[in-house]
Design a protein around this ligand. Structure first.
Ligand code: GLN
Length: 557
């Protein structure tokens, strides 16, 4: 009885705040103001890294306010790279940063779009879950948003969940998200829900002044919706002094120590250290009423940075693709080169080669001087013939070569046409009537009419044969890598290819599908049906990239 009485005040406390929590996680929200592209993802990942380095378990989630159910159907010009998780979710490229910084996998739960929220609510409505009720943005959409946020906090897997809200405060699409955060703060208390607002402090050259007004306005916009930031992170090209910090603090109603400078950095991997210098982690933990535990242990991170900043040699890699004019389209590949370069203590200079403009006439002048060539993933016909030209050049001139997904499929087409003399060999993605469909759809893909989320997606096992280049690279027989494609190597051609010197060194142990190809009479020629770039992290560079850079270095010397 005494025990029961002691529980009553606790119960009343939860009753008062309106919500009985079934998790003990703390929540941090990262919002953006003034403009887009301020680097919310990098700030979120850097904060997470610092908290992780203090011994907390942390994960990061991105909420995207667009209506697509996921970015899988968006083209890279619209949205940059589509990042794929182990569980096969097609997600925002920020999840790549989260994994590269934290070294832990994300999942479907880490990326939610407005489309997915509405889809869930509308499906529930059709099932009759709201019978008799009008379904509305508040409470039904906001409840579903809150459910998706707190999903990650269940099972006590994480001490802290960081949720990044895509878009900019003031966007019509963002409103339900801002309202959901407001409700969560009310329900859980501010000490369990902290809002970090990332904003821009522009520098006016003519006036020689940093301007705080846009930040004040974006905070006002938030205030109009009942939400107030706890911490303001200021992106700036010039250092912000104490006076400016006090001004921002006063007009945005935060403590002065909660105004953080985020100056431009040489590399995104500097940002955790910059944020540590500004005490972002300490202030966040203070607001969350959490113990600091210990100083961030960033030994490995600093070793990486040290190598990254002091390369002893340079290597030139050609990146052959059709989206090369857009930085974000090959984000994970570029970052994997940063990791692999540091590991080899070498600067990897990536040269963009537009596959659409590569021809038999200009291939030599376009690719000569490169120490290694990578042919990128992709979809559809555009730029295919240029990719095939690049592969022929790398094969014949014995230049270290690495093909990823469509890049690997193009190796197969090139080999079929130029070595096996199967002219007009192709993938049925490019030519449905090809007489030699060396890359083809599997039976289970043939009748698919719905495009979203129906590719071969996510992690699949691969068994590697002994005495192969793949084995030398991975140093093991069983690996798991992430996929995102519909087409596959057509196994009815295996024997013909093998006889002519192509090795199928990695296969899926259950389906027999070809996952890795390589050439025997070549110093380094490898193609992967999967996307190794998605698993390269700062503290664990991907072995394929590591070896490819090493092979390119050896070729150079
Ligand atoms: N278009 C190819 C397929 O769907 C390759 C996809 C990719 O490169 N990610 O199979």
């Amino acid at each position: 009885m005494a025990d029961l009485l002691r529980e009553i005040p606790v119960f009343l406390f939860y009753f008062k705040i309106g919500h009985i929590r079934n998790d003990m996680a703390k929540y941090i929200f990262v919002t953006g103001g003034v403009t887009s592209s301020l680097g919310k993802g990098i700030i979120a990942a850097s904060l997470a890294k610092l908290l992780q380095a203090r011994g907390f378990t942390v994960t990061i989630q991105k909420l995207d306010p667009y209506i697509n159910v996921d970015p899988g159907t968006l083209n890279p010009y619209e949205h940059g790279e589509c990042y794929v998780t182990n569980d096969g979710a097609e997600t925002d490229l920020d999840l790549g940063h989260y994994e590269r910084f934290l070294g832990i996998p994300t999942s479907q739960a880490n990326n939610v779009t407005t489309g997915r929220i509405y889809q869930t609510v509308i499906n529930k409505e059709r099932e009759g879950a709201y019978l008799g009720k009008t379904v509305q943005v508040i409470p039904h959409i906001t409840d579903e948003i809150k459910r998706r946020i707190t999903l990650l906090g269940q099972d006590n897997k994480f001490d802290i969940i960081i949720t990044e809200i895509g878009g900019t405060v003031g966007d019509i699409e963002s409103l339900p998200y801002i309202e959901s955060i407001r409700q969560m703060q009310w329900e859980m208390g501010r000490e369990n829900c902290v809002v970090v607002h990332l904003t821009l402090i522009p520098y006016l050259k003519a006036a020689k002044e940093l301007k705080t007004k846009p930040t004040q306005h974006s905070v006002k916009l938030m205030n109009e919706n009942g939400l107030a930031p706890d911490i303001i992170v200021c992106r700036t090209e010039e250092p912000i002094n104490g006076d400016i910090k006090r001004k921002i603090a006063l007009f945005c109603n935060v403590t002065t120590d909660a105004v953080i400078e985020a100056a431009d950095a040489d590399t995104i991997y500097d940002v955790p250290l910059l944020m540590m210098r500004e005490n972002l982690d300490v202030i966040v933990l203070d607001k969350l009423k959490m113990n600091l535990r210990h100083e961030p242990d960033l030994k490995q991170w600093k070793e990486f940075l040290n190598k990254l900043k002091n390369p002893t040699k340079t290597v030139n890699i050609g990146l052959v693709g059709k989206y090369v004019e857009l930085q974000d389209a090959y984000k994970s590949i570029l970052e994997a080169f940063v990791h692999a370069g540091a590991m080899n203590e070498c600067k990897v200079k990536v040269h963009n080669v537009h596959s659409e403009y590569l021809t038999p006439e200009n291939v030599k002048s376009s690719l000569s001087g490169l120490d290694g060539i990578l042919v990128a993933p992709g979809f559809g016909n555009r730029g295919i013939e240029g990719k095939i030209e690049a592969i022929k050049y790398a094969r014949e001139h014995k230049i270290p070569f690495f093909g990823i997904c469509l890049g690997m499929q193009c190796c197969v087409i090139e080999f079929a046409r130029n070595v096996l003399k199967l002219e007009a060999a192709n993938s049925t993605e490019m030519d449905i009537h090809t007489p030699y469909p060396v890359i083809d759809l599997m039976e289970n893909q043939k009748n698919i009419i719905q495009m979203g989320g129906t590719m071969r997606l996510g992690a699949y096992d691969c068994e590697i044969e002994n005495n192969t280049l793949a084995f030398k690279v991975y140093e093991k027989n069983f690996i798991s890598e992430r996929h995102r494609h519909r087409w596959e190597f057509n196994n009815s051609f295996i024997e013909q290819f093998e006889k002519a010197g192509m090795k199928f060194s990695g296969k899926n142990p259950n389906s027999g599908l070809v996952e890795i190809i390589e050439l025997t009479h070549h110093p380094f020629f490898i193609g992967a049906q999967f996307h190794p770039e998605l698993k390269s992290t700062v503290e664990n560079p991907h072995p394929l990239f590591k070896y490819f850079v090493k092979a390119a270095l050896e070729n150079k010397n």
